[in-house]
Design a protein around this ligand. Sequence first.
Ligand SMILES: NC(=O)c1ccc[n+]([C@@H]2O[C@H](COP(=O)([O-])OP(=O)(O)OC[C@H]3O[C@@H](n4cnc5c(N)ncnc54)[C@H](OP(=O)(O)O)[C@@H]3O)[C@@H](O)[C@H]2O)c1
Length: 313
Amino acid sequence: MTMNGSVSPVGFLGLGVMGQPMALNLARTGTPLVVWNRTAARCAPLRDLGADVAETPAEVFARARTVIVMLVDEAAIDAVLRRGTAEFPAFVAGRTLVVTSSITPEYSRALAAEVGAHGGTYVEAPVSGSRIPAEQGALVGMLAGDEAVVEALRPILQPVCRAVVYCGPVGHALLMKFAVNLFLNVMVAGLAEAAHFAGQQGLDLRQFQAVLDAGPMASGVSRLKVAKLVERDFSVQAAVSDALNSARMISETARASGTAAPLIDLTRALLAETVALGAPREDMIAVVRALEARTTAGGEGAPLQQLAEDRSG
Ligand SMILES: NC(=O)c1ccc[n+]([C@@H]2O[C@H](COP(=O)([O-])OP(=O)(O)OC[C@H]3O[C@@H](n4cnc5c(N)ncnc54)[C@H](OP(=O)(O)O)[C@@H]3O)[C@@H](O)[C@H]2O)c1
């Protein structure tokens, strides 16, 4: 509540591919909102639904006690929060900052400590799901930080998330996202390898699709991706380069903790080979191209791996 008794709005910074549908779902379900986006035109659909549009991030922090952040990366968050300037402490004092971006656990922990040092509260809240689930209010939120604060956020996030799972201290929600993305990346590479194997054995890919879709391994992801394989439709839902970036972070986290994770390492190599083959902005199911290239080159080995690693940095 504000001092005049009205309900204080929720702030929302970042109305991109994910942020705009998330904010729209909040607005549609009656959450009072004050939003800001660097490109002001993206605020228009929010304004149409009755949200207040702020001129600056400072205005959002001045008006909202809880501020959701869905900016693209760490540099954008630092820039918008004016980190390292005198504005940052004034922004975050007495506020709850809910960061839904996909960032590293290390960055998140450091930001949480700084927010706490200036009298604010930090919640790490990465989401699983892409634009369509965001539009449907069907994301899965992984939340970390003070458990009581997370519990208090549940009703606010209800229009955005199909499920909200508390993951423990700051860092653990992002690590949870890594664990879930490990499965996603390996599963998609496995599906591509299975389809490639089927094709190489002379099987009909539509029959392969029919068996897979009817069986116990079918999932929303497998159905989407097997259809793309059959049609050779590599238009992007989740880009190869983004999947490679995710696989790289996961395999580096595994390595740093001495954890055996051979499947994500292999998947990372295949994704890197796909990038080297010139398909970084195709859908991640285009990883089948790397398997085809290996078969053409004579099977087992990883002829393009070093080249691919070199190119992907
Ligand atoms: N897309 C997905 O499927 C997906 C799924 C789960 C999680 N995520 C994660 O969610 C986050 C957002 O993803 P997205 O797909 O929504 O990204 P996006 O469409 O690129 O949107 C990013 C937002 O960040 C803003 N931004 C970028 N650089 C900025 C800067 N220097 N200063 C101020 N604002 C800046 C953009 O503003 P402008 O509008 O002005 O460019 C936009 O509002 C990322 O961390 C991503 O990894 C994405």
